[in-house]
Design a protein around this ligand. Sequence first.
Ligand SMILES: Nc1ncnc2c1ncn2[C@@H]1O[C@H](COP(=O)(O)OP(=O)(O)OP(=O)(O)O)[C@@H](O)[C@H]1O
Ligand SMILES: [Mg+2]
Length: 432
Amino acid sequence: MGIAILDHDKATVAILAEIIDEMGQTPYPFTDKDKFLGAISPTAHRAAVIAEDFADVIEGTKQVYQSIEILAMGTSGHDRCIQAGATGYLKKPFPAGDFRQALQALLLGPGSRPQSGNGSFIAADRSMQKIMEILRKVAPTQASVLIQGESGTGKEVIARYIHQHSKRAGGPYVGINLAAIPDTLLESELFGYEKGAFTGAYATRIGKFELADKGTILLDEITEISIGLQAKLLRVLQEKQIDRVGAKSSLHVDFRVIATTNRNIEQEIRDGNFRSDLYFRLNVIPIKVPPLQSRQNDILPLAAHFISKVAAREGMPEKALSPQAKDAFLSYSWPGNVRELENVIERSMILTDGPEITLDSVELGMGGSHETALGQPAVGTTIHEMEKNLICSTLQSVDGNRTRAASLLGISIRTLRNKLNEYAGKGQISDR
Ligand SMILES: Nc1ncnc2c1ncn2[C@@H]1O[C@H](COP(=O)(O)OP(=O)(O)OP(=O)(O)O)[C@@H](O)[C@H]1O
Ligand SMILES: [Mg+2]
């Protein structure tokens, strides 16, 4: 893997190439923007060093290849470059040592890779590209972000991305899953406690907010906390002051908050389960991550990404998806979203012999059969109902393309048309 360099100045490029070479990495020097754009690729380049005059190149590269880390350099364009997607910025002129250090940090962390251990964030679908555009603007700011999306859509990956591309990237990133901790313990987990605050408090304990000082706190599954704790949380967010349980005075803490939920939070507010003032405080920047099924253009790139990841981890060759397996992936409903896709790929990579992952070796749906893909039908469902549901969801998954739906269903287009006419005639589907 190599490191691409782009600067107008030939001498600068040559010097940086030499340092990169000394670091045991392969340099790819460029002074021409178009040549750079024509060559850059995530399979050849792990990172790129780009001069600030090329903020548009930084942005374009990040847009297409999230996995390529970018170190920008220049005299006055720090904010512009970070906003465009650079992870770091070096002010010229800089000593070789600083450059080495910055590049090393970029390649190794801290926090330069998501906790899950997979470096890249795939966003090929238009809907995700739009989210990336927002993230690039929002990440460098101090704004609170509320990420909503079904389970497994990548909310934590997004939260980490925001932290890594913020000015707090060098500070701590502290996550807490609010659904996993009983309410009685949550307050001391979040705010800490003083020695002797209650029976069993033998020593002072630092809470998550304090740990996140100068960094980012991720409040995962925010809708799961009690109304009482919501009030306390609101105060903390407003005043940036925390009270350890049993403490006599407050402490100032400097944190940025990101919250996630896989529930419909607006509905939770209407039902009286979530405070609207807390919602407004958190929801400065709302990000709604679409389910995988509606991100058709992400499915195959994500599959390829997970294939490489498993191959690298297990030291096995990468495998290709057969055309039928690809079709099945594109039409499947992915109720478990990206997490499910990751599991399916991992299973098929391990269980398939030979260089190709065929449809036979792919098991979609938790139980491994195709019917669970559509949700296990309840006893009492008629064959007619099941057939109708299958036809409708297949059509939906291919954006209404009847030719593809018929081919996936293994029926003729004429049969498909007749069935749809029949349902429409009985008023069972609204439009056809
Ligand atoms: N865009 C993406 N690119 C690469 N990997 C991804 C992407 N989105 C999700 N993943 C991977 O899918 C898995 C699930 O993602 P994540 O944990 O972020 O989901 P989540 O929305 O937080 O789910 P939950 O609501 O269940 O907590 C992780 O292993 C993550 O690395
Ligand atoms: Mg999560």
